[in-house]
Each structure stands twice: as C-alpha cells, then as structure tokens.
Design a protein around this ligand. Sequence first.
Ligand SMILES: [Ca+2]
Ligand SMILES: [Ca+2]
Ligand SMILES: [Ca+2]
Ligand SMILES: [Ca+2]
Length: 572
Amino acid sequence: MNTIKILSVVALSSLAVACSKEKDTSTNDPSFSALSFSDLTVSEDFNWSSSINGNFTVVLDAPSNLYTENQPVELQDVDGNVLQTAVINGGQTSFSVSIPEQNTELFAYYPNTQDRVQINTNKSTTTLKIEEIDFEAGLGSSFFKSGTQVKKTSGNNLILEGDFENSSPQLDSRSFTKVRTAGAWYRYNSAGQIALRNGTNVFTSNTVGEDGRILQSVQIAGDQIYDLTYEYSGNAGFFILFMDNDQKYIGHTRVTLSSNGNASCTFLAAPNVRHIQLYGFAGSNEHLDNINMTQVPEVDSDGDNVIDRKDYYPNDPTRSYATFFPTVGRQILAFEDLWPYNGDNDFNDVVLSNHVEFARDASYNLVSASVKVQLNAMGAGLANGVGLQLLDNNKIPFSNNIISSIALKQGNTVSKLDASVLNGVLVVENLISALKPYYSNTGSGPRSAPQEFEFTIEFNSNAGSVTIIPDFYIFRTNERGREIHLPGFHGTEATDRTLFNTGDDVNGTYKNSKGLPWAIEVIYPYSLYFSHPLEKVDIVTAYPQFQGWASSNGMNNKKWMLYPTQGKIFVP
Ligand SMILES: [Ca+2]
Ligand SMILES: [Ca+2]
Ligand SMILES: [Ca+2]
Ligand SMILES: [Ca+2]
C-alpha cells in the first residue's frame, strides 16, 4: 500500500504550539496591595478589555513551487466551524478577532492542502507550514513550477480508460507545451507500460527496480468532493495535485487508502481548483487498474448556490454565511453610571452580556444581524437605558444609513430604532420599567434570571460586505445626552458634548485623569458566567488579581475573573 508521501505537518505544528505556555504571574505578586479601584495606577493607553482583541497574522511557509497568492485561508474553531475566511497576500494573511482570554482554541486551515495549525493566541503571528510533496525519482521540484508548464485537459470527463483495455499511453514530452487530450493517459518515463496480467490489461513497469509512471489530467469543479477508487498491488498508487484555472499548482491532497488490493479515497477539491493531475506509479511486480473517479453529489437545499455543507442557513435562500461579535463567546460590559463623576466602582450599575450574529448572503453582503442583549445586573438607583450604534471596523460611524428596519423577537416589546443616532438602536430606554419582574442581581434588592432583549436588524443593500463593530453603551433615561461608553468609543451624535471635561471626565475619553474608566469589557466563554461584584464592593476587593491585570496593561493576571473573593461577588 502506498500513500502520498508528505511529512506530518500536523504533528510538527502541534509540537510548536505545545512549547509556548501563557505567561501568568498572577498568584503571588509581591507588589500586590489592593486598596481600591481609584488607587490603581495604569497605562494611559490601556483599553480595559479583558479579551484577546486584534489581528492574528498567519504566515504561510510553503514550498516555492506551490502557488499560494490569493488562495483562501480559513479561521476555524476547535470543531472546524469556519469563523472567517481571508486570502493570502504576499505570503500571509490576517484575521481580526475578539475572543475570550481563556478556553479559546483557534486554527488556521489551508483548504488547498488541508493543512491546519493551531493559532498561538499569545503571539501576533503563527506560521502555517506546508511540506513539499515528495515525488520520488524523476520528478524534482522544477516539475511543478507555477505558470504555464502544465496544460489542462479540455472537457469535463473524470477518469477515462481507467481499465487500460483500450489505451496506449503516449510518452509525455515533458515540455508541457501542449494541451493534454481529454481522457488520455501519458507516460512520463519509458518504464511505464500497459501489460496483460491475469487476463486483464494493467499499468505496470517494464523495468525491474524502476517505477513506471503515468498521468491523466481531469477537469473538475472546485469546492466539491470526489471519490477515487482503483485496484492495485504492492506499493503502486497515485499522487493528486490541484491546479487552478491558470494551470498553477496550488495544492495537493492527502490520500488515505484502505483495504488491500482495492483503494478508495474521498477528497475535497479546494475552492480555486479547476483541474487535477492524477499521477500513477507502479513497479515491475506491481500494477494499477480499474481507476474510477466520481463527484460526490452535494445538496443545495435552498438554491442559494451555497451547498448545505458550507451554508450556515441551509434552508434560507437569502442567507448563506454567518459572522459573530465577539468572534467567540459573548461580550460582558460592566458599567459605573455616574459619569462624568467617579462612582463607587462596584461595576454593577448595569452589567450587559451581548452577542451579535451577522448573516450574509452568498456574496458575503450583510443581510441581517441577530442581536442579543442580556441584563445581568442593575445596581443603579437612577433609570438608565441601553443603546447600540453600529460602527465600522475602525469604530467610526458609517456615513450612510445601512439599517432598513428592526424586528423584535418574542418577549421583547421595547427595542426600536434610535431616531437621534444614525445606525443606532434604543435597546431599552428605561431598564427599570422594562424589567418584568424588576431585579437588581447585586445582593441588595430582588434577584431574577437575567432578562434578554433580542431583535433582528435588517440591512439596506448599501451595507455591502463590511465588518461591523457594535458599540453597546448606557445612557441616562431622563437625560439622553449623558452616554457612557467603553474607553475607545467616543459617544454618538446624541451625546451631550458639553459634559466632556466636566466632573472627572477627560476630553470625552470615558476615562478620568488617572486613566480609569466607567466601563470595562470582558469577552467571556458562553459556557461560563461572569460574576460581577456585589453592591458597594469595589471591583479590586471582589477580584484581588484585577489590580495586577490593570496595572500591567493587561499583560499579567489575564484570568483575574477566575479568582474572586468568596462572598464578594454575585452568584446566580
Ligand atoms: Ca484492466
Ligand atoms: Ca444553500
Ligand atoms: Ca442559505
Ligand atoms: Ca456603582
């Protein structure tokens, strides 16, 4: 039995990742002397986000003969779900993500060769190594130069003359200046021959100690699944190379063979593949015969030209793909609500848990956004509202109205478009009156299962394929212009900018003169509950490691929220 000879890329990559452990100096920090949140000394540019936020670059370390430019790379979760897709540009690509600090495994996947590597989330760059295919004798790396050497077959046939009963392979010139005829076999060394064995014609070698070699070019469709079956003896077998529409060598597949004498493999041709080169080899006491390749039919149930395997909404013809905010998990926002004045820093005046699913059509244009906002706590004495503005990838408002309408999900009677903010939604104008039943969930006052406000935003066609950052914020119900945002956001057009530089605010940065915010963000796994501090408990008291996290600009104590002071946090 012979399989394609590729070094184990997966094993090498796993080893590299296993060698890097996250830095965590949390437990016995000698400088630890938490007094209160207001005593913290922090870096001016600290973003107050407990998350991994930013760009991961994936550098492709590929053989020089492999054409990788403009080829797709997928960002996948541990289950292989595609979170984002990007293309190679200058040997690398990058993904913009927002993910929890803990329990998040991301992978970069290269469909053209089916190589996959875990992304090292502690580094900005991960290398995805693609091993050169080992072609044994006679086919050096020069054979697979990108460009025009390898001509495609015309026609749409799969393997023809796979039983060798009527074929007489012609010697391939190896000049590769001619288009190979559809369905024809070519020998590419003189040892290759058709010979009668056990009553049937087979492909074999006429030279002891040297493999005979043949090839057939087959035009196929990309992003489809194929079955290849054949009979063989000894170590005879096939290599399968993928070529794009310009005859560039863009990848190869890993073939796993089964059952002695009868081989079968199922492989996925990557999206850009337009034809394959099937290279067979057999020694003088070996053979290949009865080669058959068929496309495995795939269903597109809703007819949106995205097959069910890739369709996140397989029964919805208007929606094909989904992207998420955050990329993984959900966004916890914990607010102090006295801005522009400093508060008591228990960060439970409003605690939100947010998640957005952006639906896109087959061309990746935005169709809708399904928004979930959960109110975990409301320790405020004053009535606050929750707002949302959709911003571009640089946190800048869009110049056009990209929202056409919103539709409320069951149980939500309060969310509506915000007439005073372009691409804004008033999620809740008055939390106190919207809660049924009323609760605070701070240990002081009633408790209840968190209420969820869910709605769907429908986009105008001018939204295009952009990436959207949702800015969830709170505002004073009876004073609409008093908005409180996470640092890094700058207030909507409804913000009363005369409040900037009043009280403790500095320039509307939503930070005070010590760099301390009125809101913090925690990107959190769905499976875990973030416990906010109890009423009047300073967050530094509730979470002793918070100080080390904040004063190190988020470098240390990244998992501070896993080590609360018992009795100081709200437990649902
Ligand atoms: Ca035969
Ligand atoms: Ca579909
Ligand atoms: Ca669909
Ligand atoms: Ca407070």
